[in-house]
Design a protein around this ligand. Sequence first.
Ligand code: UFG
Length: 342
Amino acid sequence: MKKSRVLVSGGAGYIGSHTTVELIAAGYDVVVVDNFSNSDMSAVENVRRITGADIPFEEVDCCDRTALRRVFEHYDFDSAIHFAASKAVGESIEKPLEYYGNNLSSLLNVLSLMREFGRHNIVFSSSCTVYGEPDKQPVTEQTPRKSATSPYGNTKQMCEDILRDSVAAYDGLKGIALRYFNPIGAHPSALIGELPRGVPQNLVPYITQTAAGIRECLSVFGDDYPTPDGSCIRDYIDVVDLAKAHVAAIRRMIEGKEKAPYEVFNVGTGRGVSVLELVDRFQKVNGVKLNYRIAPRRAGDIIAIWADPTLANTELGWKAERTLDETLAAAWAWEKHLREKE
Ligand code: UFG
């Protein structure tokens, strides 16, 4: 039987590269496109090494409709996973036009080309940022979305709406938005992982770089929040588990198992972990001492958010499997691998 092919936009990025590995492992063919705005060819090469598959790759910016059209003309795929987007909250506040331009036009191009070429299934990378500061924990897919606090968050809400409306309007088009909680960790091979450029903005890359001696000291942003230990709470989801959620979502549409043409799923573990707990676990699991200090709160941080992943568990047949300890060990192994290469 001919294998289904999946277009992976942003497939050289952190989540895209892990998802490509899991798609191949699940028996799909892929075509990866990326413009290397926040990644490089080494990720694609390492995905090829991990999978042993000769993965087709096209260096294309999804905002370039003519270039993307050539990918649609050349490759026969019925499904797409659309990762390609800018993702830094702070940067989006400084460069709103770039964020709206890039994140909206890349999705619009993918969707309009899917329509033109009669391609059917799309998974969109959304974020728990759409819930803002929730009134009740854990959040379900029914928890109301709140006004976004950054242009980045706004693009996620707008893209969800664009997808919902497109699926409603165009016969045969189906879409799933996956709302990621906080993806962390790396592939167990330590060949792919997160590649932050410059000073990391996210917690786990900052922790691993501090442990590696690249950063002097981790700042824990706030210990006076109304949480048990005073630091913020998040739902940290292993990137390999997250990658598998994409495979489950694609399979659901290919097999026609969806309950509605447009569906939304939370992708998290269901467990809230504080910043201080995470720092503590990282040190224990990896046997390293981390230099950290309590610093003032970071503007715009949500106090606490974690997922109710029941819908993904029951409908997608997907569940987070890796423990926090395994994930933190993988994050450290990846950091050490990067340093060995230097
Ligand atoms: N934190 C620190 N020190 C650091 C970095 C982070 O204490 O050096 C804290 C933050 O204050 C926060 C927690 O660690 O309490 C997690 O922060 P991250 O920056 O790792 O993640 P966020 O929850 O702020 O943001 C992430 C993604 C966004 C996404 C958001 C919600 O980075 O893209 O989740 O989906 F929008």
